[in-house]
Design a protein around this ligand. Sequence first.
Ligand code: ADE
Length: 262
Amino acid sequence: MSAGFDIITIFPEMFSAYLGESILKRAIQKGLLDVKLFNLRDFTVDKHRSVDDCPYGGGSGMVLKIEPIYNALKAIKADGQQRLTLLMSPQGSQYTQKTAELLAHESRRMVFICGRYEGIDERVRESLVDEEFSIGDYVLTGGELAALVIIDSIARLIPGVLGDDDSVKEESFSWGLLDYPHYTRPPEFMGMRVPEVLLSGNHKEIWRSRRREALRKTLLKRPDLLEKACLDREDREILKELCSDRYVTKGREEEDESDTRS
Ligand code: ADE
């Protein structure tokens, strides 16, 4: 399994920095990811190499033109390979971990069109794009960061990209929950102790405790996620228990302490 990305942008250097470091750099070297950058200006036809123009009907700001994007896509697709064309925009559908999982299984190369300026000619959306994605309800200065976020989240799901594939399987976001708390040495720092269960070596209990903490965090911070999470009967029972204020608002450690005090 590997993934191929073609990126259309007016700022290709923005990608070189991020893709040239750490995990993604190694994944590219290993051939697990293939990324090609296309500078939109190279596909303009006028002598000023304009990628944008004033909006019809007036108004402030510039609009990305359709012709250079059309030309870039035509050049990219000239090799005859199947491709999925994605537009980065705050008006797109919400990109989530579920989308990342679906795209990680995509056999086609993915083309990312990075919007800029006030907007993009609507005809790009209507005729050149398969999917339009937003990475959140805020407006960035362009789609480059959004494309990097999406590429990063897909890349780490490709087997071999992360050193330890179990870290993907185990992370609670893939169960639809927030992550459980993590600890490392020392076991006590300035009076703050690591929960005893994690030092016990009892893997079954450790797993149950982590699952419970993931449920507790999700209930507290993102209860909306619980509606779509994959929960079994035991989870539902834990949730029922957590729903009493006493458990939700306090961590297990504090709870244990107050029990021993009383
Ligand atoms: N371009 C500008 N803002 C964006 C967002 N939130 N998501 C995707 N692309 C964008």
